[in-house]
Write a protein of this length. Structure first.
Length: 248
C-alpha cells in the first residue's frame, strides 16, 4: 500500500513538471507567433509603401506637349522639363547638378557596410513564420526542447559561424551563446571580433556577460569543453534562463 502511494506521488510530481514545461512552451510559442505577426505586418506596410512609390513613378511619366501645356507632369519635381516631344532624355538642372559622394562620405559608407558584413550572413529565407500556438507545439510534440531550439535559431538567424541544431555540439565553441546575447546586448558583445577556434575565450565572455545580467551561472567553459561533450539538459536550462531574463 505504501509503495503504491509513493508511486502515485511520483506520478503526480511528473505530471506537475510536465504541466509546467507545457506552460513554458506555450508561452514561448505565443511570443514567437506575435513576433512573426509583427514581421508580417511590417513587411506588408513596406510592400504597400513600395507599391505606392512605384505608382507615383508610373503616374509621373512624360507626355507630349499639347498647345504649349505639358500633360502628366504632376508627379515630376519642379524644374524638370522635356526638351521636345521627340527627345527621349529627361533633362533637369536640379538632377544634373546633384554632386557625387565626396571621398570621406563614400569611405564611411563602405566602412559601415563592411562592419555589418562582418557580423551577419546574407539574409536567409524563413518559411511558415505565422503559426498558431497549437500547431507550433504539435510540430515539436509539445517539447520544451523543440520550442527553445526554434527560438534560439530565430534569435541568431543570420549570425556568422552559428548553426544551431541541438543543445550540445552547436554550443561548444561559444559562438551561439555570444550571438544570442549579442542580439539583446549589441554593445556588450564584440561579435565581429570573435573567432570559432577561440572556444574557451568565447565561452568565458558569454558566461561573464550573462552573469552580470543576473543569469544564473549554470555552465562553465570546462563543462562545455569536456571530451564527452556537455550535458544537453544543462545547456537547455541555461538557454531557457536567457529567455526568462530577456523575454519573460
Amino acid at each position: 500500500m505504501v509503495h503504491k502511494v509513493t508511486e502515485l506521488q511520483g506520478t503526480v510530481e511528473d505530471l506537475n513538471l510536465l504541466q509546467s514545461d507545457l506552460r513554458t512552451a506555450v508561452s514561448v510559442a505565443e511570443r514567437f507567433r506575435e513576433e512573426a505577426q509583427q514581421k508580417l505586418e511590417r513587411a506588408e506596410r513596406e510592400n504597400q509603401r513600395l507599391r505606392a512609390k512605384g505608382a507615383d513613378v508610373v503616374d509621373g511619366k512624360c507626355y507630349p506637349d499639347v498647345n504649349g501645356s505639358s500633360l502628366g507632369y504632376r508627379s515630376l519635381p519642379r524644374g524638370v522639363f522635356l526638351s521636345s516631344t521627340t527627345d527621349p532624355i529627361l533633362k533637369s538642372r536640379s538632377l544634373m547638378s546633384v554632386p557625387p559622394l565626396n571621398p570621406e562620405a563614400k569611405q564611411k559608407d563602405q566602412d559601415r557596410r563592411r562592419s555589418m558584413e562582418g557580423i551577419m550572413h546574407e539574409p536567409r529565407p524563413t518559411e511558415n513564420l505565422i503559426e498558431d500556438s497549437g500547431s507550433f507545439l504539435r510540430r515539436y510534440g509539445g517539447s520544451k526542447r523543440g520550442v527553445f531550439l526554434r527560438w534560439a535559431q530565430e534569435r541568431t538567424l543570420g549570425y556568422k559561424f552559428v548553426v544551431i541544431t541541438n543543445f550540445s555540439s552547436s554550443w561548444v565553441d561559444g559562438m551561439a551563446f555570444c550571438a544570442l546575447l549579442h542580439s539583446y546586448l549589441p554593445n556588450t558583445i564584440p561579435y565581429a571580433e570573435l573567432r570559432p577556434l577561440e572556444k574557451r575565450k568565447n565561452l568565458q565572455l558569454a558566461f561573464l556577460v550573462a552573469e552580470r545580467e543576473g543569469i544564473p551561472c549554470l555552465l562553465t567553459p570546462d563543462h562545455m569543453l569536456q571530451a564527452q561533450g556537455p550535458d544537453w539538459q544543462k545547456v537547455l536550462l541555461y538557454v531557457e534562463s536567457i529567455y526568462q531574463k530577456f523575454e519573460a
